[in-house]
Ligand binder design. Sequence first.
Ligand code: ADP
Length: 154
Amino acid sequence: MSRIALFPGSFDPVTVGHVDIVLRSAHLFDKLVIGVGNNSAKQYMFPLQDRIDWIRRTFSGDPRIEVISYTGLTVECCKEIGARFILRGLRAAPDFEYERSIAQMNRYMDQLIETVFMLSSPQFAPVSSTVVRDIIRHGGDVSTFVPEAVSSGL
Ligand code: ADP
């Protein structure tokens, strides 16, 4: 049975922190599917298609990585794509508290799906899409914090 992992998130926009998690974990799985959330209750800064295109361009040429959009429950998306693993990144303690409750609720809903956590590399721990959006709103330079596909597409 092939090991498929779903890396779900908003990726609004994708950052070098996300890229680090993807590249370091891709070899653990046969396929890593990046699931770009499209939640009607959430207000995104960037349209879904931009968020997807930037990730596709960042990982183009890497056959292990696929990008999809999804709505609804993460465990339902996992079932649809045959993923037995959910990948999430951890930067610091607040991430842990948030991720723990989500992972435990997902486990309650489907005990066959395991959430796997990868710690951020120290140099990327302060990077978040939230801070990147703030810098963009105020006209600052985010090229250090996002992959080239994003900085060249802004
Ligand atoms: P969400 O809205 O689901 O939190 P994000 O795009 O903000 O979506 O994050 C997706 C995942 O990537 C989460 O597990 C988050 O903790 C992780 N992540 C975000 N930034 C970093 C970073 N700099 N280093 C490691 N993991 C990160």
